[in-house]
Design a protein around this ligand. Structure first.
Ligand SMILES: *Cc1c(COP(=O)(O)O)cnc(C)c1O
Ligand SMILES: [Zn+2]
Length: 477
């Protein structure tokens, strides 16, 4: 499918990531894999032919112009404030809803809990995006391209947050696009499902877990001409690079020692590696931080591939045989991923090769954490920070493990990405705090009824006594 595009098509193109193929395609070609060799595609820029700032400080000046002048709405966006880093779309085609206005919090209390020194741990709160997760960073980019290409219908398979974000952007575009959301029969957090429904997306449930769902949606989209918004869409990852620009900006452009993020379909960590490689090659940074991707033990494909089987990117010639052997084994044993962190309950991550590449670029490693760890650290983040959903807390749980292993030192500067908002999955939170033997639980204290029946009503004095007992205080005279 071709559409005439006038914007910079000779300076930016899609390219196959397989070093033995490297086939290039125009950005107007709607592809979600290389037609020649089936590898993933990248968006690539000829930086020397594009207008680029000399230093990262340049981007700060846009804080002063947000909301003003013709480009003020772009300066307001935490993605398009950095638009020179993703020049594949003209200013008039950009679809923005004010995404990426998130914050980096220095959090000494969580730091103390996990064994870090003060002023060394930073939490990047991506839950503060309009739809409540980091997915908005990618959606704004993919929607802008969809608009440029004149697409009317957009679709995704989702464990929840992708669909929430897609549904919100679809009804916000001008003219609106039809958003179509495919959810599998696996678990989906109610906060996320409620968003897709509320924002008016056509929501279709199809048989199978997330992985099966995604495979079918790729097929269906191709046949029905739906524009696919999953992270196999390389333009989405371009938007997600901005999370790293904002982390650096909030640190006064000081590169941290570590970036730690949860891994699901592995789009985010893929985008992070690309962001740092580009900044390094353009000469905007002098050092690249290390990356730790944290997966759940119940959905640990990347851990098995990178750590157990020691499969490394190897310049793109990684051991594909080991990966297919693992997938074959999963098929034969009818393996289904299982974790409370539904956003990362994925066993065949589509961006696995790009994640391996990021791990190479950023000298990274992978760790797995249990659901128990995830929930305990979620409670710590809730108690001492702004709160997050279960998948996000994997990052801090992973950090604790890496400190114990002495891979991360208490002195290192560490940024954990908190990918989604606390209220995405309130069931998980309440269940934890009311559960039995939960380490960091804060259960509600019942005030026992004192009267035998509701009528006559209980006396205030009786309640007061029970409340004082709960507070651990003496009843005032
Ligand atoms: C999508 C998502 C993830 C997983 O990110 P990937 O890019 O798929 O690895 C993690 N946490 C939350 C809250 C998400 O929505
Ligand atoms: Zn190829």
């Amino acid at each position: 499918m071709f559409v005439t595009v006038t914007v910079m098509s000779d300076k930016v193109y899609q390219v196959c990531i397989n070093p033995d193929c490297r086939q290039t395609f125009g950005i107007d070609e709607i592809l979600f894999g290389c037609p020649k060799c089936d590898s993933l595609l990248d968006v690539e820029y000829q930086w020397d032919r594009l207008n680029m700032p000399e230093s990262l400080e340049f981007f700060e000046t846009r804080w002063a112009t947000k909301g003003f002048r013709a480009e003020g709405h772009l300066d307001f966006s935490g993605v398009w404030r950095f638009r020179e880093m993703l020049q594949f779309v003209g200013k008039d085609d950009i679809v923005t809803i004010g995404e990426g206005r998130t914050l980096l919090e220095e959090n000494d209390l969580v730091a103390r809990e996990v064994g870090m020194k003060p002023q060394r741990l930073y939490l990047q709160y991506e839950g503060l995006n309009p739809s409540g997760s980091f997915k908005d960073n990618g959606m704004t980019a993919a929607f802008s391209l969809a608009r440029l290409l004149g697409r009317k219908r957009v679709a995704c398979a989702s464990t929840g947050n992708t669909s929430a974000s897609l549904a919100m952007f679809a009804h916000k575009t001008d003219p609106p696009m039809q958003g179509i959301v495919f959810i599998g029969t696996g678990r989906i957090a109610y906060g996320k499902l409620s968003q897709a429904l509320d924002y008016g997306a056509l929501t279709l449930q199809i048989e199978g877990d997330f992985d099966a769902c995604l495979r079918r949606v790729i097929e269906v989209s191709d046949k029905l001409g739906l524009y696919l918004m999953n992270s196999v869409n390389p333009f989405r990852l371009e938007g997600q690079k901005a999370i790293m620009y904002r982390v650096l900006e909030a640190r006064n452009w000081d590169v941290p020692d570590w970036i730690i993020c949860p891994g699901g379909n592995l789009g985010n960590c893929s985008a992070f590696g690309k962001a740092f490689k580009e900044m390094y090659e353009i000469g905007l940074i002098k050092r690249i931080p290390r990356l730790a991707v944290i997966v759940a033990t119940g959905a640990n494909t990347l851990y098995q591939v990178h750590e157990t089987d020691a499969v490394k990117w190897n310049g793109g010639r990684y051991d594909k045989g080991k990966v297919s052997a693992l997938y074959k084994h999963m098929d034969e044993t009818n393996y289904l991923p299982h974790t409370i962190a539904s956003a990362i309950e994925i066993s065949r991550p589509v961006n696995l090769p790009k994640a391996l590449r990021s791990l190479e670029i950023m000298n990274g490693l992978v760790r797995e954490v249990t659901d128990e760890d995830i929930l305990e650290h979620k409670a710590l983040i809730g108690r001492y920070g702004l709160g997050c959903e279960p998948a996000s807390a994997a990052s801090v749980a992973g950090l604790r493990q890496l400190i114990r292993e002495q891979v991360v030192s208490p002195d290192d500067s560490v940024v954990c990405i908190l990918t989604g908002h606390e209220l995405k999955d309130p069931d998980a939170t309440v269940k934890y705090h009311t559960g039995i033997d939960m380490k960091a639980a804060n259960p509600p204290e019942p005030i026992p009824p004192t009267g035998r029946c509701a009528n006559p009503p209980r006396k205030v004095a009786d309640d007061l006594q029970a409340i004082c007992a709960a507070l651990g205080e003496k009843l005032p005279d």
